[in-house]
Structure formats: structure tokens, C-alpha cells
Design a protein around this ligand. Structure first.
Ligand code: SF4
Length: 742
């Protein structure tokens, strides 16, 4: 077989209508981690270290307990942490498996070609750092510093961001923006003048009505939110779940609306219609705080429940009934903005409809709705100013995606293509803690781009599909073995959390900050990493705010009182919103100015042909996407994904429960592995569902390799959101292959 400049190297080569339900008792459902405190070691005898979990972005703070042989024994939540309230989810507890996983990357690796075959060989850290620094110098001389892009995810990415800015490139992107939350962040900014950030400022514990649209809280295990939802249900809050799939939370909801996929905007517009026409909205709030009510009223006047029924398949009486439930709870109602909201390419407009609905119900700034979060301000460790790059991702296709406020991953991949003829090209990649091949839709485009790069570095704890395409692979130690920046996240009360290493890094793995410092020394940029150990930076910052590393090692989490007493609006005061009109914009003046729809409109999306079904993907509680699908502890909870198929469809195809089948998408792409079928009434007949992150293709992942199908592999038809550039990933249809033709 002919080898391309950059072949993938398997590292192993080197070594129904709308339903009202009766909610079942909460305690029957809430995972045990929410009900019980774990069997904690005796604190007086145990050696324990503070940390915050890196298994998902929620970053719950906890304690890492060591046994008498100085081995990590367990991780448990920190009682004082508002992200987890002392309780870790199963994934967080299973985080120990990341440390013990024998499949981890152990040494730096270099790609070489031997006898016309590419492979990785082990190299020393010195050699790896020298190769990286020399390539960075050469690329800067040839094409400019801006031609290297950084893709990153997770805490250690921040060190690489500093390295890149010091080097002269701001071509930096996190998939968590354009592949996840960009539409909601920008839609809420357009409407209320503020993005939501993480954790979202939702007062779920005091809400009386929670509306979940395609958001399966509980299966996604966003710890603090799941706990608050349990509390709200205990206090008789109404849960309304809109989902083509009868998710776990749908089974605990008062209403399940099994909507026809791709029609959510029609339902939202119809709810707005009912709320305005019946004067269910919060009149005083709307009059005082919003802009564009009359335009909105006129805009939605024809979007009746009867109109929406023909589109969504949700019965008019259910649309009216659920709108009334929301109104009854107002303002203690939350139409959840969701995460991973990149679906059909009109996502900013859909999230605008969500924001508008919340505004009409008066929930922004109100108890039981959205609170005003605060975050602890940490002083910046003094470093020189960064150089100004000559161009950034915004100049790749000037004028496109005008609302994108953070690097757009797919834009950088676009500028990395061999047939990209723009003047600002990407020539090299640094990929840190994100498996781009499994994360970014249209895998073939990503592979074409990575093969076109002059130089690729991948930094990770585990072998992943992307590391197989790197020239240099750097083994990062896990979050249990390193210092990182202090966690300072927004919440009701500002708080900080500390991460310290509980043990030495295994094998030859190193922390991200160490790698950046070493590379910076070779590039003459050491003034940006002016410390011997990252703990010095943390201690300096903590002392500036009246704490210290010593104190934080004892407590792990520190709450810092709010500066202002404004968790909720004072209804007697007038509020200025950070929008062009200073009001909550039901009619967006900014969207109008940019030539987009100022108010959301429903547009019909393509539908599957006969024999094809819409592919819906989501989470499973035991895993955080591909990050954990090789974790020895979590694989015991769920080894592979399965494909949910409606019994009617299974009968048509004569497919049995448990049978393994392959998928082919509407563009002809066939899955590499088969998937086990789960025949269930819990999915509409026009859709199929699978959990994301499985079907790993790197053989070195002994447990994850070939376990199920990667949904990303099936997503080749990507609809781009015109406002933010984010990638709509619910536009693919699949059919079934019961056997593979050879
Ligand atoms: S929600 Fe679970 S996986 Fe995520 S940070 Fe918290 S404990 Fe870790």
C-alpha cells in the first residue's frame, strides 16, 4: 500500500404525539451517588490531596486518597464544592482508572519511515522538545507564526494557549465552542447581553418548571444540575421533556413531547404564540425590560399550535397545556438552554427562540429562573505583553460567521485543506487533549487536513485517533499527577478550587505546564514561563487574594463572598442590559444589522428517504465521550454503545434485539464496525439513537477498540450555522446493513 506523507499509525505498531406522564418517585431514579455519602476513609489516618475532576468539564472538586503504599485509593467529592456538594458521579469516581490505565502514552514518540512504512519510535524528552522547537522556528520563518493552529480542551490547554500567544499565533480553537455551545452563548448574548458560560447560572433547585429540549440531564451527569433537578422534583416541580427519544429524564417528567426531529423552532414559536395570545407572559417584566414585543407579537401570530402540529407532530392541546404549565410557574421557570446545541445549522436562531421564551416568562434574573453568577477574580501572574499576530482565524474567510466570539475549529481545519486557496493558510497543528478525529464531524475532511500539515504535535494522556496522525506525540500525565491553574468558575457564590499532584507522574509522562516551559526555553520565550514549578504561580495568585497554597492544600475549595447583593433582580430597580438597546432584545437589532433574521423563523429541513432514519446521538452516564471509552473502571459500567431502533422499524427489517448490524449514511459512508441493536419503543420510528464516543479505531486501546460504532464516522453531511460557524450534526440519515459485502 502506498504511504501518504502522514498515514495514521496505530500506536500498537510500535510496541408519539405528546404524552402526559405520572412522575415516578424521584428516589427510585436518582443515581445512588446523589443519595448516599460514600464510604469515606478515616480522615485522621488517610493521606489526601485536593484536586478537581478532569473527566468532564464540570470540574467537581474532590479529595484524592492514598493508601499505605502511597498508591491512589479513591477520589471523593469535596463537601464545600458547589459543583458537586461532596458527591462525585460514577465517571468522576472512575477517574482513578485514567491513572491506572496501562494503555496510557508512556514516552514521547516520533514518526519515522522505515522500509517505506511509517511507524512511531520512542525518543527522549530532550529530542522531542528540540524537534518541536526547531519546527516551530522553521515554520515561523517560512510562513509566519500565525500559520500554526492550536486545538485544545481541558485544563492543561491554558498553558499551551500562553505558549501560542507568546509565539505569535492566536489561531486557537476549542471544539467545545463550534461543536457544542456557540449558538446558545451567542443567542443569549444577543438577547440578554450575557453569555451563559459554565456551569450555567440556572436556579434549578428553586424552579417550579424545567423545560428540557433535547437535553438529557441525568444521562449527561452534569453533577450539580442533576442534584438540583432532583431537589426540584422533590418539591413537585414540573419537568417537560422534548425529545424524539424517551430518555431517562423523560420517564421522570410530567410531559414527554416526542417531537419530530428538526422541528423544534416550530414548537418554540408556537409556545411563544400561546403565551402572547393568552397573555400568559409576565406583563410588568416584559414592559419594563424588553425591546421589540410588538414586532414579536406580530411575527408569531400565525404560529398557532394547529400550525405547529402539522410540523412537529405534537398535539395542539399538549402545546397549550405545556405553555400554561410554564406560565403558572413564571417567573420560576427555566427553558433549559442545553449543551451540545449544534444540530441543524439554524441553531443560533433556535437558541434565540429559547432565550425569548425565557424572557417572556420573566425568568432571567429571577429566583427559580436564571441567577446572576459571580466569579472570583484571580490576579494574573506577571508576564510580558504578547506580540500582536498579523492575522487570526477571523481573517481566514473575512466577514464569515460574524457572531463567532471564539476560535472556530472547523474554520481552522478549512484553512488547513490542500485545496484551500485563501491567503491565510494553516501549515501546522498542535492538538492538546482533544481527539479531533472523533470530535469534529466529517472525519475525512479532518484527515485530509492533518495529512496536509507540515508538522503535527499531539499531546494527550492516552493514544487516540488523532495521536496516530502526529509527527511527535507527547505523553501528558493525568490530572491526578500535576498542578494546573486554579479553578475559578462562576456560581451563586464565587469560589476557587485547587489541583495538586497526589503522586509522581507514571512512566515518562509530564504535565502540560512543564512541556510549555521547556519549549519556550528553546524558542527564547522563557520570560513567559518565569517559574521553576507551576506551584509558584498558584501560590503567588493565592497570596494576592489572602490565601496560600498551604491553606488551599488543607481545604481544597474556598468560597469567597459575593461582592454585590444582586443574585436576583430587585424588581424595584431598573436594569440596563448589555445589548444595543439596553433592553432584553426580543427583536435583535444586531442580527438585523448583520443581515440575519431579527426574530427566529421556522425553516424546513431535509427529511430521510425511505429506508433511512435520522441519526441522533447523545450521552451515556458512564462515559465522557471518547475520553473514557477505554477507562478500565468505566468500561465495566458500559462497554459499547447500542443502536436504539423502534420495534416497527425492526420488524420491517427483520432485525432482532441484540443483533449486530453496520450502518451506512445517506452519503454512502459505511461504519467500520458493527453495533448491537436495542429494539425499543423509547425511540420514534423515524430516528435511531446511539451514545457518542465509542467505536474507537486505535488498536492500542485494548478495551475501546471496535466496541460499537463512532457516530462521528456517520456524520459527513454538516450544516453550518451562518451566524457562528458551528457545525450542525443532526442532519445525517442512516440505513442498516445486516451483513457486509466483500
Ligand atoms: S460531573 Fe462527574 S465526571 Fe464531571 S467533573 Fe463532576 S465528578 Fe467528574
Amino acid at each position: 500500500m502506498k504511504t501518504t506523507r502522514r498515514d495514521f499509525i496505530k500506536i500498537s505498531a510500535m510496541g408519539a404525539g405528546g404524552v402526559m406522564l405520572s412522575a415516578s418517585p424521584l428516589l427510585a431514579w436518582v443515581p445512588s451517588f446523589l443519595k448516599l455519602k460514600d464510604d469515606r476513609p478515616d480522615d485522621s489516618k488517610a493521606k489526601k490531596y485536593p484536586n478537581f475532576c478532569e473527566v468532564c468539564f464540570w470540574n467537581c472538586a474532590g479529595w484524592v486518597y492514598m493508601d499505605k503504599d502511597n498508591k491512589i485509593r479513591k477520589i471523593i467529592g469535596n463537601d464545600n464544592d458547589p459543583h458537586c456538594n461532596g458527591r462525585f458521579c460514577p465517571r468522576g469516581t472512575g477517574g482513578v482508572g485514567m491513572y491506572y490505565d496501562e494503555d496510557r502514552l508512556k514516552t514521547p514518540l516520533k514518526r519515522i519511515t522505515e522500509n517505506a512504512k511509517q511507524k512511531f519510535v520512542k525518543i527522549s524528552w530532550d529530542e522531542a522538545i528540540n524537534i518541536i522547537a526547531n519546527n516551530m522556528k522553521e515554520i515561523k520563518n517560512k510562513h509566519g507564526a500565525e500559520s500554526i493552529a492550536l486545538f485544545h480542551h481541558g485544563s492543561s490547554g491554558k498553558h499551551f494557549v500562553n505558549l501560542f500567544k507568546a509565539y505569535g499565533s492566536k489561531n486557537i480553537a476549542v471544539p467545545a465552542y463550534a461543536q457544542c455551545k456557540a449558538p446558545r452563548e451567542e443567542a443569549f448574548k444577543l438577547t440578554f447581553g450575557h453569555a451563559l458560560h459554565s456551569p450555567e447560572p440556572l436556579d434549578i433547585r428553586d424552579t417550579k418548571c424545567l423545560v428540557l429540549i433535547g437535553s438529557h440531564l441525568g444521562e449527561n451527569m452534569h453533577n450539580g444540575q442533576v442534584q438540583e433537578m432532583a431537589e426540584a422534583i422533590d418539591k413537585d416541580a414540573t419537568i417537560i421533556t422534548v425529545d424524539p427519544r424517551f430518555s431517562t429524564v423523560a420517564s421522570k417528567s410530567k410531559f414527554w413531547l416526542p417531537i419530530k426531529p428538526a422541528t423544534d423552532i416550530a414548537l418554540l414559536l408556537s409556545w411563544i404564540n400561546v403565551i402572547i395570545e393568552n397573555e400568559f407572559y409576565d406583563k410588568e417584566y416584559v414592559e419594563k425590560n424588553t425591546f421589540g414585543f410588538d414586532q414579536l407579537k406580530n411575527h408569531v401570530k400565525n404560529f398557532t399550535p394547529e400550525w405547529a402540529y402539522g410540523i412537529t407532530t405534537i398535539k395542539p392541546e399538549i402545546i397549550r397545556r405545556t405553555a400554561k404549565e410554564m406560565a403558572n410557574a413564571s417567573p420560576a421557570v427555566i427553558v433549559h438552554p442545553g449543551r451540545h446545541v449544534t444540530w441543524y445549522g439554524d441553531d443560533t436562531q433556535r437558541l434565540r427562540a429559547v432565550a425569548i421564551l425565557n424572557a417572556l416568562l420573566g425568568s432571567w434574573g429571577r429566583r427559580g429562573g436564571f441567577f446572576n453568577p459571580e466569579k472570583a477574580k484571580l490576579p494574573k501572574y506577571p508576564i510580558p505583553a504578547f506580540p500582536k499576530p498579523k492575522w487570526t482565524w477571523k481573517d481566514i474567510v473575512p466577514g464569515s460567521y460574524p457572531l463567532a466570539s471564539s476560535g472556530v475549529t472547523n474554520m481552522l481545519i478549512h484553512a488547513s485543506q490542500p485545496d484551500f486557496h485563501g491567503k491565510n493558510k494553516i501549515k501546522a497543528w498542535f492538538v492538546v487533549g482533544t481527539n479531533l478525529i472523533a470530535t469534529i464531524p466529517d472525519i475525512e475532511k479532518t484527515i485530509k487536513a492533518v495529512q496536509n500539515m507540515e508538522f503535527v504535535v499531539a499531546v494527550d494522556t492516552m493514544p487516540a485517533e488523532i495521536t496516530g496522525y502526529a509527527d511527535i506525540v507527547l505523553p501528558e500525565c493525568t490530572y491526578l499527577e500535576r498542578y494546573d491553574n486554579i479553578r475559578s468558575a462562576q456560581h451563586r457564590e464565587p469560589n476557587i478550587a485547587l489541583r495538586v499532584p497526589a503522586t509522581e507522574p507514571r512512566w515518562e509522562s509530564k504535565p502540560g505546564w512543564w512541556m510549555c516551559k521547556k519549549i519556550s526555553e528553546k524558542l527564547g520565550l522563557e520570560k513567559y514561563f518565569d517559574y521553576k514549578d507551576f506551584s509558584e504561580v498558584i501560590d503567588w495568585q493565592l497570596k494576592k487574594i489572602g490565601s496560600s497554597l498551604e491553606e488551599m492544600k488543607k481545604i481544597g475549595v474556598k468560597k469567597i463572598g459575593r461582592k454585590y447583593d444582586d443574585l436576583f433582580f430587585n424588581d424595584n430597580e431598573t436594569h440596563e442590559f448589555n445589548t444595543p438597546t439596553g433592553k432584553i432584545e426580543l427583536y435583535s437589532t444586531k442580527l438585523e444589522k448583520l443581515g440575519f433574521d431579527a426574530m427566529p423563523k421556522y425553516k424546513k429541513h431535509p427529511e430521510p428517504e425511505d429506508g433511512y432514519y435520522r441519526l441522533i446521538y447523545g450521552r451515556t452516564p458512564a462515559h465522557t465521550f471518547s475520553r473514557t471509552t477505554n477507562n478500565p473502571n468505566l468500561i465495566d459500567l458500559k462497554k459499547e454503545n447500542d443502536l436504539w431502533i423502534n420495534p416497527k422499524v425492526a420488524k420491517d427489517w427483520n432485525i432482532k434485539n441484540g443483533q449486530k448490524i453496520w450502518l451506512q449514511n445517506h452519503q454512502g459512508k459505511i461504519s467500520e464496525f458493527p453495533i448491537k441493536v436495542r429494539v425499543t419503543e423509547r425511540i420514534r420510528w423515524d430516528s435511531v439513537f446511539m451514545a457518542h464516543g465509542f467505536g474507537r479505531t486505535d488498536k492500542r486501546l485494548k478495551r475501546g477498540y471496535g466496541a460499537g460504532i463512532s457516530d462521528s464516522e456517520m456524520i459527513s453531511d454538516v450544516k453550518i450555522d451562518r451566524e457562528t460557524g458551528s457545525t450542525g450534526m443532526r442532519s445525517n440519515f442512516v440505513t442498516f446493513l445486516t451483513e457486509l459485502q466483500t
